[in-house]
Design a protein around this ligand. Sequence first.
Ligand SMILES: [Zn+2]
Length: 102
Amino acid sequence: MPKYIDAEDVLETIRLGIWYLCENDEGGAGTLDFVKDSIAAIPAADVAPVVHAEWQEFDDPETNAWECSACRHVYVLIGDTPVENYYLHCPNCGARMDGGAK
Ligand SMILES: [Zn+2]
């Protein structure tokens, strides 16, 4: 699973790495370890990857049913399409209904 971190923290770590290189490490190997350890210590941001999906008509001519292409959860609507009912995200898995995987 990827770890998402704040870009500003990474830039500060690089800045400190350059300082470390100038002050302590003529060869660079210690600087690389310093930067790697510093980036590893940056706490993960509280984010989740965006899942892209689309509404697909469910194969049932008796109902107005629609299926999320990501989680396969099926919803029966009173009328119209999910988008016309403002379902721009799947209520079950949170996928963004903008056309599927990109
Ligand atoms: Zn879903």
